[in-house]
Design a protein around this ligand. Structure first.
Ligand SMILES: NC(=O)c1ccc[n+]([C@@H]2O[C@H](COP(=O)([O-])OP(=O)(O)OC[C@H]3O[C@@H](n4cnc5c(N)ncnc54)[C@H](OP(=O)(O)O)[C@@H]3O)[C@@H](O)[C@H]2O)c1
Length: 292
């Protein structure tokens, strides 16, 4: 499978990366619910097909699955990206060292601030960014950045020189993509001082109900193009761009070929992630990519 460099970094990844954070109705991630060995076998099966890029996060619960897979490949042959939801130095330090322990590694290739929605949230997380930059200097991380859950955060990321990489939601249908429209939960959660409060006053089932529904959440073509234009700008600043939600959490599963072809041909997307839970999906997605 084609390997590409992530922006200005020296990190080389497969065009298709393995997402291990697919949302499951239980509130956990589908991949985290799988048996550790079974999930590790899938990561290794994908690796045999050329997929050397494994995406995880502190929140996903899949660090241990990746650790299991790492028993069977050389550490330097895979690229591991993880993410932290922390805002300040101390909590970042705690989450980062726990992540390394869970993964059983000395370093991660990529560490991102997880799921940022707004410019304000990004500036609030300056402490977390400073801490990640410290790890980069110490060789514990090769590149830092953010994963985005809102257009405002995406636009702000373009202006931060220290950010090497951006993970952004992108598909041809405009489903589950970054917009300036946010549900009540996200509005509360994007103001970090209200985040804990939001968690307390909005239990999980209500949180889900307040999020915009997937079928009504499709961006207009104009807004979808705005995301593309923003990613173009980010990429032109030598930052790496990785696409996520390429199949819109499975809502585009009847159109996998078209979805993969679309994102594969975007010149400002270096690589993209798909959440997978079976050999069939891995084979099919690798085949779609190669025929793209
Ligand atoms: N903020 C963030 O940092 C963030 C946010 C979202 C996602 N991510 C990352 O990006 C990854 C991708 O996002 P995602 O998993 O939410 O959504 P996605 O990749 O758009 O879609 C995953 C869904 O597509 C289905 N699928 C995959 N290949 C298929 C195939 N060939 N045929 C039919 N269905 C197929 C999977 O089905 P099964 O369930 O049957 O496997 C799964 O339900 C995540 O896993 C995660 O690593 C990061």
């Amino acid at each position: 499978m084609e390997k590409v460099k992530l922006g200005r970094t020296s990190i080389k990844v497969s065009k298709l990366g393995f997402g291990t954070g697919t949302a499951h109705p239980s509130g956990c991630c589908s991949q985290a619910l799988m048996d550790k060995k079974e999930m590790a076998e899938l990561l290794l099966y994908a690796f045999e097909h050329g997929v050397n890029f494994w995406d995880t996060a502190f929140q996903y619960g899949t660090h241990r699955h990746i650790r299991e897979a790492l028993r069977h490949v050389r550490r330097q042959d895979v690229v591991i990206a993880t993410k932290l939801v922390s805002s300040h130095e101390k909590e970042t330090e705690k989450m980062f060292s726990t992540s390394l322990k869970e993964l059983g590694v000395e370093y991660v290739d990529v560490c991102l601030m997880h799921g940022l929605r707004t410019k304000r949230e990004l500036s609030y997380k300056q402490g977390a960014l400073n801490e990640l930059l410290k790890y980069k200097k110490a060789g514990k991380v090769r590149a830092v950045g953010l994963s985005s859950h809102g257009l405002s955060a995406l636009k702000a990321a373009a202006e931060v020189p220290e950010i090497d990489l951006v993970w952004a939601r992108i598909n041809f249908a405009g489903l589950c993509m970054d917009s300036d429209r946010m549900g009540l939960y996200d509005q509360l959660a994007s103001v970090s001082c209200l985040k804990k409060l939001a968690k307390v006053i909005l239990p999980k089932n209500l949180t889900a109900a307040l999020r915009p529904k997937i079928d009504t959440d499709s961006l207009s073509e104009t807004n979808r193009r705005e995301v593309e234009e923003t990613l173009k700008v980010i990429h032109s600043k030598t930052k790496g761009v990785v696409g996520m939600k390429v199949l819109a959490e499975g809502h585009l599963q009847e159109k996998t070929d078209e979805s993969i072809r679309y994102v594969r041909n975007l010149p400002f997307i270096d690589s993209f992630l798909i959440g997978m839970t079976s050999r069939d999906e891995i084979t099919k997605n690798c085949r779609s990519l190669d025929s793209g």
